[in-house]
Each structure stands twice: as C-alpha cells, then as structure tokens.
Ligand binder design. Sequence first.
Ligand SMILES: Cc1cc2nc3c(=O)[nH]c(=O)nc-3n(C[C@H](O)[C@H](O)[C@H](O)COP(=O)(O)OP(=O)(O)OC[C@H]3O[C@@H](n4cnc5c(N)ncnc54)[C@H](O)[C@@H]3O)c2cc1C
Length: 344
Amino acid sequence: MYDVMVIGAGPAGCMTAKRLADADYNVLLVERMKIPREKSCSGILIKKSINLIENEFGKIPHSVLCKPHISKGIIITNEKNQTFKFESDGLNVWRSLFDEWLALKAQSAGAELRQSTSALSCKEKHDHVSVKLHDSEIYEERARIIVACDGAGSIVKRNLFKKSKNYVFTYQTFCKGTIDLDPDFFHAFLDPQLSQYDAWFNVKDDFLIFGVGIKEPSTMKMYHSRFFSFLNSKFNVKIESCVKDEVGIMPGVMPGCPLDLGTGRILFAGEAANFLNPIGEGISSALTSGYGAAEAVKSVYKTNNFSVKSLINTYKCNILPEKEYMTRQWTILAGMSSKFSYMK
Ligand SMILES: Cc1cc2nc3c(=O)[nH]c(=O)nc-3n(C[C@H](O)[C@H](O)[C@H](O)COP(=O)(O)OP(=O)(O)OC[C@H]3O[C@@H](n4cnc5c(N)ncnc54)[C@H](O)[C@@H]3O)c2cc1C
C-alpha cells in the first residue's frame, strides 16, 4: 500500500511526487511513456515557473535549454493588427529533457518511478484507492491517496466522470529556413482567419516552429497552411525543409476557469484539473497545483483523524490564489481580442 500514487510525470506530477518524497511519504510515480518522452510544447518557462522550479528542484541545467536560451517575452497580434508586447525574461527548454530532469529529481528524492506504465482506472474503496495499471500486463496497485496529473486527456478523469471534455487541439511543424520575426520572442496571432484559438511562431535551436490551435481536428492542416501563407506575405518566411510535425491537446478553458479538483481520495492537478493560462502557458499552474496537492496530502496525513473531506477542501484553499491568477490572466487576454471576449 503506497501512501500516495501520482499518475503522470509531467511538471504537476513531478512537483507532487518530489515534495511528498522529500517529506518521507511512500510515493509511487507512474508514467505512461518511456522517459525522456516527447511532449508537444513550446517549452517557454516564464519567471513564475523558473522560481517555482528553482525553489523545489534546484538550478535548471544548461543541458535542457535550447537556443535562444532566453525567451524575452511574448508579442500578441490581434485581429485588428494591434500588437501587445510583454517583455519578461524566461527560459527556452526542450520539454522532453526538462521533464526527464524533473522526474529524475523526484526519483532521487525517494519516489518510486515506474515508466512505460499506464494507469487505466481508479476505484475508491473504504480506506484506499485501487488502481489498474498496465505495463507488459495488467495488474493492480493500492494507495491511500491518488494525485492524477495525467494531462489534458486524463484517462483517470474520463473513467471516473464519464463526461466528454472540451479540448483545444494543437498542430505544429518544425522547419528549417528564415523569417523576419524576432527569434527572441514568442509570437501569438489571434486573427480568427488563422486559427480557431491562437496561431504561433517561436524558435528552438535551428527550428522555426509554426503552430495553430483548433477545435475541430479535421481543420488543422487547412488553418496551418493559411497561417503559413500569412507569415509568407507579412514576414517573408522562406522554408528549406520541414523536419517533423506534431499534434497536442490542451483543455478548452471556459469562462470563470472552472476546475475539476477531484473526488474523495483522488485529486487532480495540472491540466487534468483544467489549469491553463492564456496562449497555452500551463507549466507554472501545473507546478503550483502539484505543490498545492502535495501540501493537502501532507496536511491530512498530519491529523490523527484522516478525513477525505478535508483533503479536497484543503487542496481547494491551497490553489485558490492560482485560480484567481488564471481568471485575471484570461480577463486580460479577453481585453486584447474579441476572439476571447467570452472569457470576460
Ligand atoms: C503546443 C503546446 C505548446 C505549449 N507551450 C507551452 C509553453 O511554452 N509554456 C508553458 O508553460 N506551457 C505550455 N504549454 C502547456 C503545457 O505543456 C502544459 O500546461 C503542461 O505540460 C501541463 O503539465 P501537466 O503536468 O499537467 O501535464 P503533462 O505535461 O501533459 O504531463 C502529463 C503526463 O502524464 C502522462 N500520462 C498521461 N496519461 C497517463 C496514464 N494513463 N498513466 C500514466 N501516465 C500518463 C503523460 O505521458 C505525461 O507525461 C503548451 C501546450 C501545448 C499543447
């Protein structure tokens, strides 16, 4: 019987597992993929993420960075061609290497890391949760508390609540070439002609990365090629070759930023709980919610009278400032573009 099982070794899961292992809890961290695993992401760490990481995990190693190492901020262009420039130094990382570093730190702190292992479902019993896991075979493990950090597509959540989710699909390509846009910034375009959510450009090592967010997967290539033509006419993009493309998902954020925090002995953190900031910045909320979940777990273990109700209530209190921050951020974005006015 584990004290806690954490499902998913992204930023939310690694933060939860690391903090609990540091406090000597018996923690199992299961990750569906073999680490380092690919994760479709622009890999920009804002200052808030960097502070959270460096406080908990130590200095971010040079080996996980890509060029340009420093991301100078974000430039948002709305449908009226108005631009909003937010300058703030962040870091540009490869998510596969960065997340591997986080997972190994959680493991060194004492969490048992089980890779290539998928959680299939969770069943809550009187004093524990039984989790069906799948590696080369299907078997069960038990833990007194589960923190599900299995991302936007959370299987744990779908199994528990059986409700369909609201997603944004992302499609991005990695190309070699040239463009007249500042590589030190992340560029987001909110014109509805270019995407159903946002369209973006950023640079990682030698790659020019072009992406679009859409609601209907069948339209992804159409919007992507429209975005490309737009960049061609406005910013003189010249492509020599395209090396790879990738599809990702994010939670579709709704007005008021509703969260799914969990039920009984099962908490959700990160994107599994719907944490996401504007234009896809989600690592800082994943870390913050993972931190809040770990603290809630510690607090129920510390009381003699283990109360499931107090687990979720404490977690709710812990993440309230993050929810308020997220709501403020979306309101600011709604003021920049009519596309997001429903978030006001
Ligand atoms: C295209 C794109 C660009 C983005 N760019 C940025 C950016 O520049 N900066 C930023 O801050 N955020 C960015 N984000 C958002 C960011 O990637 C997420 O918000 C963040 O990764 C969420 O962290 P998480 O730990 O909740 O989930 P994830 O990072 O998704 O981690 C979930 C983990 O759970 C594992 N898993 C899933 N199912 C199971 C299962 N059943 N059993 C076991 N393990 C499982 C997955 O393999 C994965 O490792 C971007 C997102 C997208 C799609």
